[in-house]
Design a protein around this ligand. Sequence first.
Ligand code: PLP
Length: 237
Amino acid sequence: MNPFEESILQERLMAIQQRIAAAARKSGRESSAIRLVAATKSHPPEVLAELFALGIRDVGENRVQEAAAKRQMLGSKGIWHFIGHLQKNKVHAALHLFDWVQSIDSLALAQALSQGATSLGRTISVLIQVNISAEASKFGIPPASAEALTLEVNMLPGLELHGFFTIAPFADNPETSRPVFAGLRMLRDGIQERTGISLPILSMGMSHDYRIAVEEGSTMVRIGTALLGQRRTHSGQ
Ligand SMILES: *Cc1c(COP(=O)(O)O)cnc(C)c1O
């Protein structure tokens, strides 16, 4: 049996797309400017297959091993984004599974990915993870380091740098996150202008705050719960 009534998934998807479109209009953009990544951690491969059947292309996974099990069943379908914290000893495995790594948070990690990608004769799309609100999250570089890392990552072979990724600290009222999203956009605008490096992608916004993120210029939202419901536990996977 399918884990979801397909119609429920489709209804949720349409509601999300409408909200994205409304928020995009508020920021003077078309909904086509925003890419939806389904955050599928803890959900079984059948769920990803249903998403692909509904026309979703992009899926985001947080753990290399969990993604490996799913990819084995789903083959070459979809565009796979790594959105967790990548340890250097998982770089090789990640390169066989993912098209994007959104969470570049050190030069060492970028160099390891670059070496791995070049030895495989491929390129991988990357984003630099910035911790805009320095107190709340462990991962991501401070905004003050973003320009230097951008210049370095942009020179590495095998990597295609597209922009930035951030996770806003959870707040009951998503309006609280607006300055975080605006902050990443302004940081990007400045770095782009000073370096001349094109950084079109801002990956920001999750289930509870994607509307605010899109209003503030997000081009890629990562949505789990609002699309798929509460996450299943990791035990039993
Ligand atoms: C799980 C996760 C999401 C999706 O979170 P929801 O609140 O369920 O939409 C987005 N981004 C990252 C990095 C995640 O780990």
